[in-house]
Design a binder for this molecule. Structure first.
Ligand code: TXA
Ligand code: MG
Length: 372
């Protein structure tokens, strides 16, 4: 099969492909999705096969309005309604009890369905043109960073899907926040651009953070609420180490400039030392940092260059989530063997950023202790 790439003028054609039971990768404000008819069990099977994804990992179902979500759930609580009206369209996925219309193939055998209404104009036009709910996991092959550009989708899924709708770079760059509303307490299953604090203020009650979000993985024998959490994700090929300090973990940057500079230097000193060791051992080394700290890093050793990549500005965590997955793919393309990454405050969207950095590093984290 040849995968064709179309711009947003291809929306009608893309909808025809979906109605015929085909697969179309589509843009959203978070990451590109791999779309198909969410009500067709055979299509769900094709999606899993195209991604190389285990079929017990459920798919997110995309709708173009809260009204379209109604027939897909068995009960639509007042809480769910409130969150939909406050955050949709936008990067929030809600897990709700499914109705009979949604096949178990789409939900990975669960009695709940994850629903989301994306904010992107082209995406909404596409869903409306299909006239169907669209199952859409991220359009990467399983285990790779989610695609934030059409060419990433092409790299991963070329020849396995009918079409890619290209609408440029995804603005947010990391996947949607997932909130489980199917139990007694609203539970955050995946952090994203809609923050826990925003959800709490809309709900007027506290939100529980699922333990698997904090640990980044799930213990043996534990059945995770979002089955996706048990798989390795977002991983570059290189060995990646996230470098942090106790100070960064516990506080944030609303502190004296002098303290902040000291923390930056401690992290950079450590990374520079480790980089030198790794380079001398014959490795190609990459560093993931931000605009504010770039100048603290040594750019080369002799004629060997260090592959320094900038996430964006730490004053604006969305500028960093926007670039993260693209840079992880670039490290792969550059055949980097080892990556060192800085840590950032986990406030607001910084929580989602750090969650993805932890996953990319396979939870390999170096905590710098206080100097004597
Ligand atoms: O931003 C996004 O959400 C993107 C775009 C394309 O919309 N989609 C996305 O889908 O990230 P995916 O399939 O890569 O991630 C969906 C996550 C998985 O971890 C899955 O386990 C979880 O959502 N999930 C889906 N249905 C669920 C359910 N019924 N209960 C709990 N978790 C669910
Ligand atoms: Mg995914």
């Amino acid at each position: 099969m040849e995968t064709i790439i179309k711009g947003i003028d291809g929306v009608e054609e893309a909808a025809e492909v979906i109605k015929r039971g085909g697969l179309v990768a589509f843009p959203t404000e978070t990451v590109y999705g791999l779309g198909g008819n969410a009500l067709d069990p055979e299509v769900a099977r094709r999606i899993y096969a195209a991604k190389g994804r285990p079929s017990d990992n459920p798919l997110i179902v995309h709708v173009s309005s809260a009204e379209e979500a109604e027939p897909l759930v068995s009960v639509l609580s007042e809480t769910a309604r409130r969150l939909m009206s406050r955050f949709w369209p936008g990067p929030l996925t809600l897990v709700l009890p499914k109705s009979e219309r949604v096949p178990y193939e789409t939900t990975g055998g669960l009695d709940t369905v994850a629903l989301r209404c994306p904010e992107n104009k082209c995406t909404l036009e596409f869903i409306r043109a299909c006239g169907l709910p669209i199952a859409g996991p991220s359009a990467n092959t399983s285990g790779k960073p989610s695609p934030t550009e059409a060419r990433h989708v092409y790299e991963d899924l070329q020849g396995r899907i009918e079409m890619i709708l290209d609408d440029g770079e995804a603005s947010i760059g990391v996947e949607s926040t997932i909130l489980d509303l199917s139990g007694e307490t609203p539970t955050l299953l995946r952090p994203g651009a809609v923050t826990a604090a925003e959800l709490e203020s809309a709900l007027g009650r506290s939100v529980v953070i699922d333990p698997a979000v904090l640990s980044g993985s799930v213990g043996e024998g534990v059945h995770p609420k979002a089955p996706g959490m048990k798989y390795r994700h977002y991983a570059p090929k290189a060995k990646m180490t996230l470098v942090t300090t106790a100070f960064l973990r516990e506080k944030d940057f609303r502190v004296a400039e002098s303290e902040r500079v000291r923390e930056d230097e401690r992290i950079a000193d450590f990374i520079n030392e480790e980089t030198e060791i790794s380079v001398k051992a014959g490795n190609r080394v990459g560093i993931l940092c931000c605009r504010e700290t770039e100048e603290l890093y040594r750019t080369g050793y002799g004629n060997i260059k260090v592959d320094i990549k900038l996430l964006g500005s730490r004053e604006d965590p969305l500028s960093m989530t926007h670039t993260l997955f693209r840079l992880l793919r670039e490290f792969d393309a550059d055949a980097v063997d080892e990556i060192f990454a800085e840590s950032y405050p986990e406030r607001g969207v910084g929580f989602a950023l750090m969650n993805r950095l932890r996953k990319a590093s396979g939870m390999r984290e170096e905590l710098l202790t206080e100097e004597e």
